[in-house]
Ligand binder design. Structure first.
Ligand SMILES: [Zn+2]
Length: 306
């Protein structure tokens, strides 16, 4: 079977269209989403919900509040929040790199308080470094956990417990300090323990983490900074397969794209903050069907400055 048959519609859009065209189409689709929600709301008023066969999740990523690379990060995030509120998703996920320090986190939280949908935080490598996961936990609660939206179980993974991402320029993977290695083992045994419950529930299971496990071909570049390296890569892939995960929502690359690797479709959300690899600032809209398929479209932030 050709690989492209396994790809969601959003992936084909990405593969065959220029970024600008794709984003325009995403905007049209986003408008369609708003309209279909308006219809659903009317139906809800009559006591029926015909949207139970689909979950709509919006993924924001790499908001980087307080980062010198992104002087307009707060304005762009405010813009994203306004746009997302008009789309009425079932849930919003922020897939990491919220801000570089607790003060930036507070600013992000105060902007994100305006979201009308439930928001789920995921830590990135600018939030959790190799030795400071406790600081994140004090501000946000758990760095790895499960949550449910209708028929979908989301499994949030702390990718910073699966490698040391403190050194951007490192040419080979840097080991984790011993205490974080213990944290890593605890998270992996928690993940392995989820198996039975997930299989029995017959729900759709989607994984979320900041750092993608694999590169997309040669993108971004060969630095270990961009992906999960061994031995964690194999350990994670084994448990993702056991959990029946076919779709992973990730960030970290600041470049919206969808690709398939080793039986999993990787949905990389664009950043709202800055563009080291070109492309456009924006967020991802995921439509998840009860059969487990995920369609991803990217929505640009019109006029937003990196
Ligand atoms: Zn990152």
């Amino acid at each position: 079977m050709s690989q492209s048959h396994n790809l969601p519609r959003g992936a084909r859009l990405y593969k065959f269209m220029e970024a600008r065209t794709r984003f325009t189409i995403a905007l049209v689709s986003a408008f369609a989403l708003v309209c279909s929600h308006a219809v659903a709301q009317n139906v809800n008023a009559n006591g029926n919900d015909n949207r139970n066969d689909e979950v709509s999740v919006i993924q924001i990523s790499d908001t980087h509040l307080g980062d010198k690379h992104a002087p307009h990060a707060a304005d762009s995030l405010r813009q994203a929040v306004r746009m997302i509120n008009d789309l009425h998703p079932d849930a919003v996920i922020l897939s990491g790199d919220i801000g570089g320090n607790p003060q930036a986190w507070e600013e992000a939280k105060s902007i994100l308080k305006k979201l009308k949908s439930s928001l789920y935080y995921v830590p990135g490598n600018h939030d959790v470094h190799s030795q400071d996961v406790e600081r994140y936990r004090q501000a946000f609660g758990k760095d790895y956990y499960e949550f449910q939206v209708k028929f979908v179980n989301f499994v949030v993974i702390d990718s910073q417990l699966l490698g040391n991402y403190d050194t951007y320029e490192a040419k080979s993977p840097v080991p984790l300090p011993a205490q974080t290695e213990d944290e890593s083992e605890r998270m992996l045994s928690w993940l392995n323990g989820l198996q039975e419950g997930q299989r029995a529930s017959k729900k759709v299971v989607i994984g979320v983490q900041h750092i993608p496990v694999f590169p997309d071909g040669r993108f971004p570049d060969p630095k270990p900074y961009w992906v999960i390296s061994e031995p964690y890569r194999s350990q994670e892939m084994k448990v993702l397969r056991k959990l029946g995960i076919k779709h992973m929502l990730v960030g970290h690359w600041h470049n919206g794209r969808v690709f398939e690797r080793e039986g999993i479709t990787w949905h990389v959300a664009p950043a709202t903050s800055w563009l080291p690899w070109g492309g456009e600032l924006g967020f991802a809209v995921h439509a998840i069907s009860s059969n487990g398929s995920v369609q991803t479209e990217f929505v640009a932030l019109p006029g937003a400055l990196p």
